[in-house]
Write a protein that binds this ligand. Structure first.
Ligand code: 13P
Length: 251
């Protein structure tokens, strides 16, 4: 059975008060596509204003700390995200794994903290170009997933995975449909190994240079249950064709 598609925007370090109009425009345009879950993960400082501006629309964070509270200067807890109006958060994005040196154990702890608070989680995994060229992408990403997944069956309700090949992020390069399909099938097997049947209902998103022009082709790949979109999520005119393609792929 096909899962309901999720199209989530990751605004990364983009967005000021003046961009709340874009959040509103995306939320309003998304109402025309009830068969697709749409979300925007905005900078932490915009979450509260964004969620007030678009009640009922899913606003998310881009990271969360694994601790409940404490001496963690500059960090944001799961409870703080919820308090600000977020309903989900990204964890383990490759830009954080790289620049903030987050390892799989950190990502797992963050996912567990977020899920325990009732937040949805988009957990990112993906290989470098070097790993892809060495023919080790599936093995590497599967290992990364195994070590990053939150423990416990209950977490599957609120969990999505985003496969984001690092070399495809912001580059305009996209793996072939076959490569995406092989990876998503492998990740599905890992999810079933970890959670049993419940692993079949965890959505696996693709991320990396998704645009209106390639979204239809990507959504046609088996086991692609949505997309995590960077650059093309900043403007309604770029983002909505991706949502529309997801709706069309739902059939
Ligand atoms: P782009 O869509 O800009 O390639 O970014 C993908 C991404 O990193 C989403 O998290």
């Amino acid at each position: 059975m096909a899962l309901k598609k999720l199209v989530a925007g990751n605004w990364k370090m983009h967005g000021l008060s003046s961009d709340l109009a874009e959040v509103k425009a995306i939320a309003e345009a998304s109402e025309a596509y009830p068969a697709v879950d749409v979300a925007l993960c905005v900078p932490a400082i915009l979450i509260e204003r964004a969620s007030r501006a678009v009640p009922g629309f899913a606003i998310g964070g881009q990271d969360v700390h694994f601790a409940e509270k404490g001496a963690h200067t500059g960090c944001v807890s799961a409870q703080m995200l919820l308090d600000a109006g977020a309903t989900l958060t990204i964890v383990g994005h490759s830009e954080r794994r790289d620049a903030q040196r987050e390892i799989d154990a950190d990502v797992r702890a963050k996912a567990e903290a977020a899920v325990a608070c009732g937040l949805g989680v988009i957990l990112c995994v993906g290989e470098s170009l070097e790993v892809r060229e060495a023919g080790e992408a599936i093995e590497t990403v599967s290992t990364q997933l195994d070590a990053s997944l939150p423990h416990g069956d209950a977490s599957t309700d609120r969990l999505a995975i985003a496969y984001e090949p690092i070399w495809a992020i912001g580059t305009g390069k996209v793996p072939t449909g076959q490569d995406i399909g092989e990876m998503h099938t492998a990740l599905r097997q890992r999810l079933v190994a970890a959670y049993g049947d419940a692993g079949r209902s965890v959505r696996i998103l693709y991320g990396g240079s998704v645009k209106g022009s390639n979204a239809g082709e990507i959504f046609a790949v088996p086991d692609v249950d949505g997309a995590l979109v960077g650059g093309a999520s900043l403007k309604t005119a770029d983002f909505m064709p991706i949502v529309e393609a997801a709706a069309a792929a739902n059939g």
